[in-house]
Design a protein around this ligand. Structure first.
Ligand code: C2E
Ligand code: MG
Ligand code: MG
Ligand code: MG
Length: 286
């Protein structure tokens, strides 16, 4: 009987699915090693504010950075976060990884605070839903801030709409506790999730971040242009700031500026860079 069941199982065995599963298992094992061997670093991408009236901007200045996790696998080279973050979220490895990112970003913040030309920078850190939903998330963040001496006013946490699967009261109380210490919140990839506007209104956010998928074809796809305009208007009426991610061209920036969005992040202003290179960029600007 058991033997027959075994044979049945084998008959339905799908080699392609098996290949995917073992590739995932191999990646998971490498990721565990990478955490142990500290193969990670942070890159920093400028967030800028355009200078000037509506329409064409008269230059820009760097107001802060987004910290972006980088994994340099000694055998396979750089691995994209788009590949390893979703896996780390599934397996729970995002918890130690996310804690490392927060610590490293706060250390950077504390070290910039001592440099007159860099002390004004804010640092935005991506926080995955699973990380945010840990019962002790608030005390983890406060502990790291205290240990590193980073100014909470300069720390911004980027959440995505995926956090909204959980109890909204719990989300609000965590955000409120951190905001009381000065930590800011930005809603990342806005427009790609499923959050209802009534939830959005209740969350104590500071900023909406227009997803880059709406910016890419801003000037050729009328739907994207309408969505971008709507998000900008929505942010305005909710009393939130708005930043556009993935801005690559002056034409995109000018369109956004004309709609009243003056904060940008994208290759037009700078790619994500290792810390020394980012500092050079920021000091040239200053
Ligand atoms: P995200 O938070 O939306 O980050 C923005 C992504 O857009 C980054 O990709 C950045 O390199 C890319 N980008 C910035 N400007 C441009 C542009 O002008 N054009 C284009 N085509 N792309 C641009 P990256 O670094 O590959 O990160 C991908 C995603 O991985 C992030 O999306 C975020 O969701 C996640 N991620 C990265 N670091 C962390 C982290 O420390 N923790 C967590 N939980 N997630 C992270
Ligand atoms: Mg982000
Ligand atoms: Mg984003
Ligand atoms: Mg995105």
């Amino acid at each position: 009987q058991a033997k027959a069941a075994g044979r049945n199982t084998l008959r339905f065995f799908d080699p392609q699915m098996q290949a995917v599963a073992s590739a995932r298992a191999a990646l998971d094992a490498r990721l565990r090693e990478a955490i142990r061997d500290e193969q990670f670093s942070l890159h920093y991408q400028a967030q800028v504010c355009g200078l000037g009236a509506d329409g064409a901007e008269q230059g820009w200045r760097i107001t802060g950075v987004e910290a972006l996790l980088r994994w340099l696998d000694p055998l396979h080279g750089p691995v994209s976060p788009a590949v390893f973050i979703p896996l780390a979220e599934e397996t729970g490895l995002i918890l130690p990884l996310g804690a490392w990112v927060l610590e490293a970003a706060c250390e950077q913040l504390a070290s910039w605070a001592k440099e007159p030309d860099l002390a004004h920078l804010t640092v935005a850190v991506n926080v995955s839903a699973r990380q945010f939903h840990q019962p002790d998330f608030v005390s983890q963040v406060l502990t790291v801030l205290a240990r590193t001496g980073a100014n909470p006013q300069r720390l911004k946490l980027e959440l995505t709409e995926s956090i909204l699967v959980a109890n909204v009261e719990d989300i609000i109380s965590k955000m409120t506790a951190l905001k009381a210490q000065g930590v800011g919140f930005s809603l990342d990839d806005f427009g790609t999730g499923y959050s209802s506007l009534s939830y959005l209104k209740r969350l104590p956010l500071d900023q909406l971040k227009i997803d880059q998928s709406f910016i890419r074809d801003l000037l050729v796809d009328a739907n994207d242009a309408v969505i971008a305009k709507m998000v900008i208007a929505l942010a305005g009426s909710l009393g939130l700031s708005v930043i556009a991610e993935g801005v690559e061209t002056e034409a995109q920036r000018d369109f956004l500026a004309a709609q009243g969005c003056h904060a940008y992040q994208g290759y037009l202003f700078g790619r994500p860079l290792p810390v020394a290179e980012f500092e050079q960029l920021a000091l040239r600007q200053a």
